[in-house]
Structure formats: C-alpha cells, structure tokens
Design a protein around this ligand. Sequence first.
Ligand SMILES: Cc1cc2nc3c(=O)[nH]c(=O)nc-3n(C[C@H](O)[C@H](O)[C@H](O)COP(=O)(O)O)c2cc1C
Length: 385
Amino acid sequence: MKRLPTHLPSLGLAPMEGVTEFPTRLWFSLLGHFDSMGTPFLRVTESFPHGDIPFAWAPELFDPTLHGRLPYTLTPQIMGIDPERLKEVGAKILQHSPLVELNCGCPSPTVYGKGAGSGLLTHPGEFGTLLQDLSHHLGHTQFAAKIRVGIHCPSEFGALLHELQHTSLARLSIHARTRQQKYTGQADWTLISQAAEVLDYPVWASGDILSMEDIRNKSQMFPKISGMLMGRGLLRNPWMLAQHSHMSLDQISTDLQIYAYMHLLYRLDLPQLIRFTTQEIYPHREAVSPERLAQICAKLQQVIHRYPQQPKAERQVLGRVKLLYNYLRSSLPADYFCPPILRAKSIGEFFQLLSTVTPTQHHAHIQLQVQTMYNWMYSGEARPK
Ligand SMILES: Cc1cc2nc3c(=O)[nH]c(=O)nc-3n(C[C@H](O)[C@H](O)[C@H](O)COP(=O)(O)O)c2cc1C
C-alpha cells in the first residue's frame, strides 16, 4: 500500500462509539494508511472502571505482542466529569499509552444531562479549569481533548478558545459543529483554522471529510491544521485513503468478508484474533498489499470454521455488516442495494446474495465516489423534498 504524500497533515480515524472497536480499527488499517485511530469513549463513573481497564477496549495498548506491530497509533478516549476519577483512570491508561484524550463533545441527551461530553463546554471557565487540572496532573504532552465548537451557537467558541489559550495540551481535536447541530448541517472549518492560528499545540480537525480531494483542498486552505480525523465519510467510502478510486465487486466483497470475520473472531476468541494479527497480518510492521487481502480473507474463514456456531455473536456481526453496507449506499451503484441483501438472515446468506448482484460485473471496476445527495441519510436530517 502506498503511503500518502508527506505534505498532507496526519490522518486519523475519528473515534466512533459502536463503530471503531478493535476489529474495525484493524480492518481500516488494511485499507489505507492511518497515523492514528480513536477508540470509542470509555465511560468513567464513580464505580467504573475499577481495577483493570477493559482489555477488549484497547488490545493495542494492553497486549505486548501487538506493540510496535501495527501501522497506526491508538488514541484512547475517556469520558466523564469527576476530575479525580478522570485522573485515576487517565493515569492507568498512560502506563500503556503515550496519550489519553478526554471526550468533550458527545451530544447524547443522557451524557449531556450529566454534564459529561459536550456538557463540559457549558461553562467555559469551569471547562478551562478542568483541562488545566488534568493537563497538569497527567502531563501536557500526554493529555489531549476533543471538543465541539459550542453548545447552542458557534459564537460560543470565542470563550472556549480563550480558555484553551491558557491550557497546554498534547493535541486538541475539534469537531466543528455545536452540540445543538448534532451531526446535521456543515462543520465550520474556519473556527478550527482560527484555533490552529492561535494555539501553540497541535490542532486536529473533524467534520465532513468525504474524499482525498477534500483532504487535499482543506490542507491547502488551512495549512496550520496538524491533522484530520475522518468519521462518517470513511464509512461511506472505507477505501477513501487507498488511492484507488475503482474496485471490483470481488474486491469489495472480500474486504467486507474480512470485516465480518474479524468482528466474529473478536467476539468468539479475542486472543486468537490477536495471534492472527501478529502471525498472518502483521508479522512485520509493513502495510499489507491489496493482493494479500484475498489470502487473509481465506485464512480467516478457515479459522472461523473451527468454532461451533454462536448464533448471538453471528446476529450481532450481521447487524454490523448491514450497518456498514447501508453506509456504502452513497458510494456504490444503486443495483447493489436490492432489498433481499438487507433482509439476509445470516452472514453466509448476506455474502451469497451479494455475489448474485450484477453477476456479469464481478470483475468490472466500479468507481467509488461519495454522493453528497445522500448526506441527509447519515446526519439524522429529514429526507429533502
Ligand atoms: C456513530 C458515531 C459515534 C461517535 N462516537 C464518538 C466518540 O465515541 N467520541 C468522540 O469524540 N466522537 C464521536 N463521534 C464524533 C466523530 O468522532 C466525529 O467528530 C464526527 O462524526 C464528525 O466527523 P464526520 O463528519 O467525518 O462524521 C461519533 C460520531 C458518530 C457518527
């Protein structure tokens, strides 16, 4: 796999709850070069986690055999409000990781109602004090934050920026929407650029990156931004960074099968998925060539077949595959979305039905391009009339 030209900013997989677990991160590492990948947030409460941090949340940090093997670094993210608990859990994570990030952006009503996630932005002064306290305690080269630009209105960003200028962080990632916007409308990159101009630590941008062209254009327009995090755009075109805009149905199906098998093995036997990663995927740290993907898929399939059927895990994984497939609606031709595929009752049936779509075109090259007319579908907005 080609590395991207070096004049681009660092590129990262945005943290996404319910999406960017270990098998998804591993899968994306096969499809393009990512400098960093975010875990979904780990909720820190009075009673959780006590003792060890859950291993399955970040095997990259806790399993020594993975150290130095993977072509990306991990950004573990925590979410909570109690400074003492955040320090305690943050310090535990830092025993295994060079960085820990605080979630200051989650818009969910439950999270916000408790004052966590984007709720931390409600009072800029208190927000600044919390960040300074955590940065002082955890180390300003190890403590990072991910924020939104305000609660109700982007004009609130000025007060937050004022606080951020008096704080030292390892990295600030900005999802340039307000809490009220949730995932609708457009992210305002001029606000991110404003932050990158005045802050003396790295600023990463998040919101609405849909293609390589977007990455190139935005990095030219906003040269002070150190990194870019990709979220829903990558789900709509997971091959965005692969630098080949055409793929055959066979390749697409192989890659989706790898996704399914990795998620299944994660649930059936995580130590085996880790062994498979170190022995078959990354015996060396080198990136995997597209030619090896078919081999990896076949080997994973063999491994999976050794386990007795586990209907619950299979149902969960089928749900994940369908979720991803629904995202692909905006970059694949319409005939791929015949209803029977989405009604498939098992992983096997899903891929069997997929292989029957446009059977004459298995080797034909399909142009992958995110179609913006589908934006409403992934933002929670109503369908435009
Ligand atoms: C399903 C989903 C889950 C998310 N979970 C998290 C999370 O756990 N932590 C976080 O900081 N942001 C989370 N986000 C926000 C993304 O990291 C990102 O900032 C946002 O989606 C904007 O980027 P996009 O327009 O490329 O999707 C989530 C977004 C989505 C769509």
